[in-house]
Design a protein around this ligand. Structure first.
Ligand code: HEC
Length: 152
């Protein structure tokens, strides 16, 4: 009887351990990228500015000001924002895939700028949809990196 009970307990805890293991790994499988504390702060400050920029872009689009949306994208997210973000300095601390994800986001933002400029001249819904698609390519690039990496 005692033996049976012990056996049941052992099986029970093994099942629990396995299911907890999967639950945890399903929660967070991101790769931890370690960097000096100052770099972390710098990167997170950049990130908060990225989100503010997306918010500003959507605000301008809601007011039908595509040109202003494009300007925010270029100066705060696009390839020309790389220097202000100290990107070359940061990239040294990133694994290859993370640096690539960063470049991909900046490229997508610069493509958005071009699409936004084109949309100023074009009329009709299709041009608007192009703008949405180009903006979504930017947020997809944010997500791709967020799903894969963490710094803390
Ligand atoms: C190259 C990778 C990468 C890209 C691209 C990226 N992020 Fe991040 N972001 C991170 C990492 C890593 C963190 C920290 C996550 C953690 O450690 O929990 C982060 C954190 C954040 C945070 C939280 C900041 C804080 O103070 O806690 C915000 C907001 C954010 N990102 C917004 C964005 C937005 C918006 C974009 C796209 C325009 C973006 N990020 C693109 C990697 C990236």
């Amino acid at each position: 009887m005692v033996r049976k009970l012990l056996f049941a307990l052992a099986v029970g805890s093994a099942v629990l351990a396995v299911s907890m293991g999967t639950a945890l790994s399903a929660e967070d499988e991101r790769e931890l990228v370690e960097m000096p504390a100052m770099m972390q702060e710098h990167m997170l400050a950049n990130m908060r500015d990225h989100l503010r920029a997306i918010d500003k872009i959507l605000g301008h689009l809601a007011n039908a000001d595509v040109a202003a949306a494009g300007k925010v994208a270029e100066s705060r997210l696009g390839m020309s924002s790389l220097e202000t973000h100290g990107a070359s300095h940061m990239a040294r601390f990133m694994p290859e895939g993370m640096a690539q994800a960063g470049t991909e986001m900046h490229r997508a933002a610069s493509r958005f700028v071009i699409v936004a400029q084109d949309a100023e001249l074009a009329t009709g819904r299709e041009a608007q949809y192009e703008v949405y698609r180009a903006l979504q390519a930017v947020t997809s690039a944010c997500n791709a990196c967020h799903q894969a990496y963490r710094i803390r």
